[in-house]
Design a protein around this ligand. Structure first.
Ligand code: ATR
Length: 274
């Protein structure tokens, strides 16, 4: 029987997930389909009942439901539980719903696809302390990147994540800027990166270490003002598209037990965005 999957969110029209998963199904000869469903916050509970009744094998959850969905799930993966946010639901063979979070692991897979796995001992600077930064911070710890500093406009929020993780340190944006040359990996996780002007840089990159790895989680545009600036300073840049592709690939693996082609998909989507 044909399997089906979905992504629920509000708004949802912009989502690139249906296109990506349907391309993977086709390339891998999997008899399945993936559809976007517009679900407003007040419709969340009803939508889960419908997804179950109509036999969805699994689905992704995007803004604004990643936390609100948790009470409707039967089980949570350890990382999703720590993060208090779910972006992937799997319907288990017994009908129970299990929640995962593949956003943070997706970031780490993307980073490692680009630069390899030999950078775990480097000092990592995470800029931002919202939901996206939190997920990445937990995933970095899980994957063995243990020397973590978080900086944020509101420093208390960075401190809160560090105390939840139980290691690392929080510093102000000014301190991070002054000591930027210490960091071998810098990850831009604020929404400041979305605006297309040099004034939107969350911090100055003047003191960047030569050869530092600089990543952004924003993928549209592929080269954010932050990455453009980093490249001028001779950094190895990692754009946000890989994180999107890998969060989808890990979800795909949870659903179907096999990994889709992330490299080819990243190239295909890059060509669409350029
Ligand atoms: P997300 O879920 O995408 O992480 P969020 O939870 O709204 O979004 O978090 C946005 C992040 O961007 C926060 O770290 C925020 O800083 P504050 O915690 O101080 O609000 C950061 N941010 C947004 N606009 C910014 C700006 N103009 N300069 C610096 N940081 C900014």
């Amino acid at each position: 029987m044909k399997k089906w999957f979905a992504v629920i969110g509000d708004p949802i029209a912009h989502s690139k997930s249906p296109n990506m998963h349907n391309m993977w199904f086709e390339a891998m000869n999997i008899d399945a389909t993936y559809i976007p469903i517009h679900v407003k916050p007040e419709q969340l509970e009803q939508s889960i009942t419908s997804l179950k009744t109509l036999g969805a094998s699994g689905w992704n959850i995007t803004i604004p439901h990643k936390q609100a969905i948790i009470p409707f799930l039967d089980e949570l993966d350890e990382l999703a539980e720590k993060m208090g946010a779910v972006n992937t639901v799997v319907r288990l063979p017994d009908g129970k719903l299990k929640g995962y979070n593949t956003d943070g692991p997706g970031f780490v897979h993307s980073l490692e696809e680009k630069v390899g796995k030999d950078h775990k001992a480097k000092k990592v600077l995470l800029i931002g302390a919202g939901g996206a930064a939190r997920g990445i911070a937990f995933a970095l710890q899980q994957f063995g990147y243990n020397d973590l500093t978080i900086t944020n406009r509101t420093t208390q929020k960075a401190e809160a994540i560090i105390s939840e993780i139980g290691s690392g340190q929080a510093v102000s944006l000014q301190e991070a800027e002054q000591h930027l040359n210490q960091y071998g990996i810098i990850i831009q996780c604020t929404s400041a990166g979305l605006a297309q002007s040099e004034f939107s840089l969350p911090l100055s990159l003047d003191k960047l270490q030569e050869g530092a790895i600089v990543a952004d989680i924003v993928y549209n545009p592929l080269m954010t003002p932050f990455l453009v600036e980093a490249q001028k300073n001779k950094a190895i840049v990692v754009n946000g598209l890989g994180m999107f592709v890998h969060q989808g690939a890990i979800a795909f693996h949870h659903w179907l037990g096999q990994y889709p082609d992330t490299n080819g998909m990243t190239k295909k989507l890059t060509a669409e965005l350029e």
